[in-house]
Write a new protein. Sequence first.
Length: 110
Amino acid sequence: MTLAAEVLPALAAIGAGRLPEPPEADDGNPWAAGDCWLYCGRTSVRVLWLGPVTAAGGVTAGLLACADCISTLHGKAVAAMAKRDSQRTEPAHRARHARPRSTWTTRLRS
């Protein structure tokens, strides 16, 4: 069970713009020998359980990945988050066809 005292410092770091590093082998996480299900597909390597995966037909399994693939996935997630956050800060542009209604058309409908 994760304690709030363990999670809050990590959340504060994320809020300050410092993202946590991806897990690495020998970092205290429960690594095990197995097959990497992500990008490299290597077998008999140290892997970490990332969570459940549901495939078509409701087939579920645990997603296991090696440190290199977790680092790649982490980089992609950080890039996607940065892109999403930058889009939120850009001013919204109105489409050319989205003109404000005039008071004349509002009066006609009343």
